[in-house]
Design a protein around this ligand. Structure first.
Ligand SMILES: *[C@@H]1O[C@H](CO)[C@@H](O)[C@H](O)[C@H]1NC(C)=O
Ligand SMILES: *[C@@H]1O[C@H](CO)[C@@H](O)[C@H](O)[C@H]1NC(C)=O
Ligand SMILES: *[C@@H]1O[C@H](CO)[C@@H](O)[C@H](O)[C@H]1NC(C)=O
Ligand SMILES: *[C@@H]1O[C@H](CO)[C@@H](O)[C@H](O)[C@H]1NC(C)=O
Length: 565
């Protein structure tokens, strides 16, 4: 009997289960942990977060420590054991596991403790809001828990509020109890009321239901959702936070004012991508007015594999940090062989682009501590058709920064009709020669180039505009065709003749995170080469356009292994 799905937002990592290894939703009673993973682990990442098994959620910074909570079944197969496991870190790079923080123990969560968020209340008191499952039909309510001992720097023990559940679905509004989950971090209005969003839908209208409270215990549903959109389906893991118009710094979730814009992000269950809107939050009316709505589905944190993300405000460093989950792209049979599935993306600092029209992301600077053995190239020309091997770095575990310069735009290919960037990248992969591009990197390349993942730019002319396309072409990433080999693409909002024709790529055994145009567009790929593994992997800069391009800057580093659980 299918008993429930352990839905957990934000960053969660799924382990392989015997039956239906969908990363999130469908977990069955015969869920099977693979206890002894094979010792052959070419795809196991070295510096991306992974719990020993299962999923994770709910990040927080508190008094010098970053906390991650993740869903974990310490005994493997039995539902009743699902707990919120807990890891802490001082630097977002190295993680120490602690004992579980929350586990099913009361009627309001007896069938599962699903995802939630942390909020820091006045007096420096953290609180967790999480979704509890109350029956076999996956009916959902919201609960809270507080640390038992605030003097414990690790916040090891958490106590549930006796008043749980604090929020229940409003059936009079036709809210299905199985679509009512993933409370956000709460924010405090100037009127003294806390507010929190819960992801939901009514028929196909996705929505962020708003609840208000004076004391964080008694919550009242607002008359209207903060925002909703027809046709978008279930909104999972909503996230709602302020960004500053004129600064890269982050601010606390309760901040609002003249130089503040608000971001509403939702993980669309139907599309399996994280989309966001930028707009204005009217605190008096408690509504959100996006500058551009969901009609166009344009803005995504990541145009590759990335879901169920969540941000938090790091008040230690005045920045907002984004954490997201990266699903596998391998077959279930291969996941079972590996014995694990799903990883965390490298935490990213996130801020508003100066245009106000999109967000910008960049890996947290702490990750640079893992850099070793730098390789720097002098400026050089990369001729049309040329391939240059990067020697001296561990190509399966590296951080690479490359920036390009093109001589004029005359050779840009013409795009006669509009195509979605992902379509463009699958039609025009690295093997399709162009004018200005493709140029970029060949990652996880085998010696004879039977395998490689090409991350590259292509400059196109559409009507009177030039477009910079970034592709992560996985079509040749593996000789094992059971993997999902979808190529991903995004337009990068930069001047093709300007300074920002740059690419930063984090490479870690089976993951490639690429930041184009200094973080204007990000694409994450999961790839599983069969030949280009470990020290057999090679790295190249390549140009398959007809025009020469200049490499203005090139630096690469091998990455040390992080301490992860
Ligand atoms: C609270 O934590 C502090 C620091 O770890 C410890 O010294 C103290 O004994 C704890 N108090 C209780 C009641 O457990
Ligand atoms: C609620 O949603 C579940 C799952 O989508 C569905 O099976 C059920 O019929 C729905 N119930 C109502 C009352 O709409
Ligand atoms: C996980 O990856 C599989 C295979 O690529 C894909 O079909 C599925 O939609 C992904 N799930 C999520 C939540 O991203
Ligand atoms: C460059 O283009 C040629 C011709 O289409 C193709 O054979 C070759 O594989 C391409 N190189 C790469 C790295 O894709």
């Amino acid at each position: 009997m299918a008993f429930s799905s352990f839905w957990l937002c934000a960053i969660f990592i799924s382990l392989v289960f015997g039956h239906g290894a969908q990363a999130s939703h469908h977990v069955y009673r015969n869920l099977q942990s693979v206890s002894s993973a094979s010792s052959y682990q070419p795809y196991r990442t070295a510096y991306h977060f992974q719990p020993p098994r299962h999923w994770i959620n709910g990040p927080m910074y508190y008094k010098g420590f970053y906390h991650l909570f993740y869903q974990y079944n310490p005994k493997g197969a039995v539902w009743g054991n699902i707990v919120w496991a807990h890891s802490v870190s001082k630097d977002l790079v190295n993680w120490t596991p602690l004992d579980p923080a929350i586990y099913p123990s009361q009627p309001s969560d007896f069938y599962g403790c699903w995802s939630g968020s942390a909020t820091i209340l006045p007096g420096d008191k953290p609180a967790i809001l999480y979704t509890g499952i109350i029956d076999t039909k996956k009916s959902q309510v919201q609960n809270s828990a507080m640390p038992k001992n605030l003097s414990d720097p690790y916040l090891r023990e958490w106590v549930k509020t006796p008043k749980n559940p604090l929020m229940a679905p409003n059936r009079a509004n036709n809210i299905n109890a199985s679509s009512f989950r993933d409370p956000t971090t709460a924010w405090l209005g100037k009127d003294g009321w806390w507010r929190v969003l819960v992801g939901s839908k009514r028929n196909s209208r996705g929505m962020a239901i708003l609840f208000k409270s004076k004391n964080f215990v008694k919550w009242i549903e607002a008359k209207q959702p903060l925002y909703s959109a027809e046709g978008t389906g279930m909104w999972e893991c909503p996230d709602f936070f302020p960004v500053l118009s004129k600064s890269l710094s982050g601010v606390d979730t309760s901040v609002n004012g003249p130089d503040v814009k608000h971001v509403l992000k939702v993980s669309l269950d139907d599309k399996k991508h994280d989309y966001y809107l930028i707009g204005t939050y009217n605190a008096a009316k408690d509504n959100f007015i996006p500058d551009i709505g969901f009609e166009s589905y344009v803005l995504r944190y990541d145009y590759g594999k990335y879901y169920a993300s969540k941000t938090f405000f790091d008040y230690g460093k005045n920045r907002r940090i984004l954490l997201g989950w990266i699903n596998e792209s391998s077959s279930q049979a291969d996941d079972i062989k590996k014995g694990w599935s799903g990883i965390h993306a490298i935490p990213r600092k996130i801020w508003l682009h100066k245009s106000g029209k999109q967000l910008v992301q960049w890996p947290v600077t702490e990750i640079e501590k893992l850099r070793t053995n730098p390789v720097n190239w002098p400026k050089k020309v990369l001729k049309g058709g040329e391939l240059l091997q990067v020697t001296g770095v561990a190509a399966a575990q590296a951080d690479v920064e490359i920036s390009f310069q093109v001589n004029g735009l005359k050779k840009a290919e013409r795009l006669d009709y509009w195509l979605d960037p992902q379509d463009l990248c699958s039609r025009k992969g690295a093997a399709v020669r162009g004018g200005l591009g493709p140029f970029g990197l060949l990652v996880f390349a085998s010696k004879g180039l039977q395998e490689y993942t090409a991350v590259f730019f292509r400059i196109l002319r559409y009507q009177n505009k030039h477009l910079v396309l970034l592709c992560s072409d996985q079509s040749r990433s593996s000789l094992n065709k059971d993997n999902d080999l979808t190529s991903y693409g995004a337009f990068v909002n930069v001047d093709p003749l300007g300074e920002k024709l740059s690419l930063r790529t984090l490479i870690d055994h089976s993951v490639i995170e690429s930041f184009g145009g200094e973080g204007n567009a990000v694409i994450t790929s999961r790839v599983y080469p069969t030949l280009a593994i470990n020290d057999k992997a090679q790295l190249y800069a390549f140009n398959n356009g007809t025009a020469d391009v200049k490499i203005k800057r090139f630096s690469a580093w091998s990455m040390k292994k992080a301490k992860i659980n």
